[in-house]
Write a protein that binds this ligand. Structure first.
Ligand SMILES: Cc1ncc(COP(=O)(O)OP(=O)(O)O)c(N)n1
Ligand SMILES: Cc1ncsc1CCOP(=O)(O)O
Ligand SMILES: [Mg+2]
Length: 213
């Protein structure tokens, strides 16, 4: 059981290609949670709602055991059904809609790519955190628009936690933190080596990031 601050630390995103079935997904997520995540995101692009609900509900129960917030990618209705947070990109529903449907306390994250104007809009619409990137080459989403790390310092003006995403691994995590990232959003560096390696992967990212608690 952990009861940490979700605003600073490692933010792991699941990946349906790396974690193709329920057992693998849950074993990997449990390992990552044992390594002490700040947040866990369920990211699954399939259109099978039954499959998505089943997996997200299982992750929600697991996250409750670790007192770690679960975030659902893209899908406000699924987040509302489970009573958890949501992450929205520029092609997804509006942050204001999520805030209205999920309530004041919910974590609502927003993708801002490399743009401070998008961060300003998300902030005004009630976002809980602002995600920037991709900062490095990403195996998971190579086509994501690139961003410079210097953007993170400029984004301090919004007073919200700043998430860095895209190619973050053990070699790069300290650079992202030094540039101003509060949360390091990671797919491959946590889930790329299989369920048995996830706990160590998160510990190692935390150590290299300088997160001591
Ligand atoms: C923490 C975090 N940051 C960025 C994203 C990307 O969201 P989006 O631009 O909507 O792209 P998809 O993830 O939906 O492909 C994210 N999911 N999480
Ligand atoms: C969803 C998303 N948005 C920008 S990069 C990315 C994927 C990050 O995955 P990885 O940590 O494997 O580069
Ligand atoms: Mg999206």
């Amino acid at each position: 059981m952990m009861d940490g601050d979700w605003r600073r630390g490692i933010y792991a995103l699941t990946d349906a290609a790396l974690l193709p079935d329920d057992d693998t997904l849950l074993a990997a997520a449990e390992g990552a949670l044992r390594g002490r995540l700040a947040l866990l995101q369920y990211r699954d692009k399939s259109s099978d709602e039954t499959h998505r609900y089943r997996q997200a509900a299982a992750l929600s129960a697991l996250c409750r055991d670790f007192a770690t917030p679960l975030i659902i990618n893209d899908d406000i209705a699924l987040a509302a059904r489970l009573g958890v947070g949501v992450h929205l990109g520029q092609q997804d529903a509006a942050v204001a809609e999520a805030r209205e449907r999920l309530g004041r306390e919910a974590i609502v994250g927003a993708t801002c790519h490399a743009r401070l104007d998008l961060a300003d809009q998300a902030c005004r619409a009630g976002a809980s955190y602002l995600a920037f990137g991709r900062f490095f080459t990403s195996q998971t989403k190579p086509e994501a628009p690139p961003a410079e790390l210097s953007l993170l310092a400029e984004a301090a003006r919004f007073g919200l936690p700043r998430v860095a995403i895209g190619g973050i691994d053990g070699e790069r995590v300290a650079q992202a933190v030094a540039a101003g990232a509060d949360l390091l959003a990671v797919v491959h560096a946590v889930f790329g080596a299989g369920p048995a390696a996830c706990e160590h992967a998160v510990h190692e990212l935390r150590r290299r990031a300088g997160f001591t608690i």
